[in-house]
Design a protein around this ligand. Structure first.
Ligand SMILES: Cc1ncc(COP(=O)(O)O)c(C=O)c1O
Length: 444
């Protein structure tokens, strides 16, 4: 009794231990109403009862997971090795999966309306493991151009070492052009004794913002090839809010989560999502190679996903205001902004595929490199850095930075001129951003 009197804890002690809490059934619908991704980001895939009531998922820093008993261990490995139908479930070793990554993957899948998703240590790990899982020697990849430089390099230089060939087409290609390119790819594949293994798209392309007609690509694929050749698309620039490629015929969507999804320029990660049948071969290769996102990064991404809609909405609204200012400025020659498309074909693709114009665009300054450098060096809020999709505004000069290694002829073909500055707008006050661009343009 005396002891109880001195207890400072507000909770009375009791002889009856608290019964173990049962996991709560998860709510994804209420009264027939399907809950929106922004609601599900706060709790989907995580039950506090399984983690001491912790409201937020702890970071599970462990390399391995304990089996309940020897029979459970045997059962797991029978599943992995195919000795028992149904595969293996549960957690066993952190190169394969972990609680933070599984929650992250469940939530990523929701945004794209996908059955399954896989997380990776970078966007490039996601893309390269995906391609390796689908391509064998003598196969052909068909891809849109331009692609992110490292992706283009991986296809042209690394996969080439293993006998994989490629054929590309310009982002805005029409159905006829797509039919022609697929016919060429089929000929190449049959000559070398392989198959057309994958159609790989990036839309919008970097840094031109050229859009690919995903619906036309699907129709062309269905006409020329069987369904076993997946259409994958890098949706880093507009996803997950402003473009949902799985709704338009793509099979697999890829992300550099480093950009809008991570959104704070403080992590590097990637993902892919799609039907389980498309994810399974990639998961198997990831199990072998590694490359899964680490638990800490996965946890940071869970935090980022809670605000991704808010951040992207604000960045999109800011970009519209900034572009309206820039479009009317006498020192600006033009803009590569999806909210102000000049080409009828591109506008048609935009209207069918996009839900917003994004916040990453090109601004063409009157003059060349010298004028762009004067502008960039005068910016006081916007930072001079590569990357995009963060809370802060970034600006860069692709011709002398990210695309310097691209041969000049190809740069011209892609529209990456010396007077192009790429800007990724963040979530600052829009009038402050306009004031910064206005004062920087006076230095040009
Ligand atoms: C469109 C696009 N895809 C993929 C990547 C590669 O992503 P990560 O840097 O996360 O490997 C980038 C990076 O800039 C990108 O812009």
């Amino acid at each position: 009794m005396q002891e109880a009197h001195f207890m400072t804890d507000a909770v009375d002690s009791t002889d009856t231990p608290t019964p173990r809490r049962k996991p709560k059934p998860e709510a994804t619908t209420i009264a027939g109403r399907k809950l929106k991704p922004s609601t599900l980001m706060m709790g989907h895939g995580f039950d506090p009862a399984l983690s001491e009531g912790s409201l937020k998922a702890p970071i599970f820093l462990t390399s391995t997971f304990a089996f309940e008993n020897a029979a459970a261990g045997k059962r797991h490995f029978e599943g992995i090795t195919g000795k028992r139908e149904g595969g293996a479930e549960g957690l066993v070793y952190s190169r394969f999966n972990g609680p933070n990554q599984e929650i992250l993957e469940d939530r990523l899948a929701i945004w794209d309306g996908a059955e399954d998703a896989l997380s990776f240590s970078s966007g490039m790990t996601a893309i390269t493991v995906l391609m390796l899982a689908y391509c064998s020697a003598n196969d052909v990849i068909v891809h849109s151009g331009p692609l992110y430089a490292a992706t283009e390099g991986f296809v042209a230089k690394v996969l080439a070492k293993y006998g994989v060939k490629y054929v590309d087409f310009p982002a805005g290609a029409t159905r006829q052009q797509l039919d022609d390119v697929l016919a060429r790819a089929k000929d190449m594949a049959s000559e070398s004794g392989g198959k057309v293994a994958m159609i790989y798209l990036e839309s919008p392309g970097n840094p031109t913002n050229a859009l690919v007609d995903v619906e036309a690509v699907k129709d062309a694929r269905d006409a020329a090839l069987d369904w076993s050749c997946p259409i994958a698309i890098d949706n880093t620039f507009l996803g997950p809010l402003w473009q949902r490629p799985l709704d338009h015929g793509a099979d697999i969507v890829c992300y550099s989560l480093t950009k809008y999804v991570g959104g704070h320029s403080d992590l590097v990660a990637g993902s892919i999502a799609g039907d389980k049948k498309w994810m399974d071969p990639v998961r198997a290769l990831r199990n072998t190679m590694g490359g899964i996102a680490d638990p800490n990064t996965a946890w940071m991404l869970l935090r980022s996903l809670e605000t991704v809609e808010l951040r992207m909405q604000r960045a999109g609204e800011n970009a519209a205001k900034v572009c309206e200012f820039l479009a009317r400025h006498p020192k600006v020659e033009g803009l590569g902004y999806l909210g102000m498309i000049k080409d009828a074909r591109q506008q048609d693709i935009y209207d069918r595929h996009c839900l917003g114009a994004g916040s990453t665009f090109s601004v063409f300054i009157k003059g060349g490199e010298q004028e762009c450098f004067a502008f960039l060096d005068a910016l006081r809020i916007a930072k001079l850095a590569v990357s995009l999709g963060g809370t802060e505004t970034l600006a860069s000069h692709p011709a002398s930075m990210t695309h310097l290694s691209v041969p000049e002829g190809r740069r011209t073909e892609l529209g990456i001129s010396d007077n192009l500055v790429r800007i990724s707008i963040g979530i600052e006050d829009p009038d402050d951003l306009i004031a910064d661009f206005e004062q920087a343009l006076t230095k040009v």
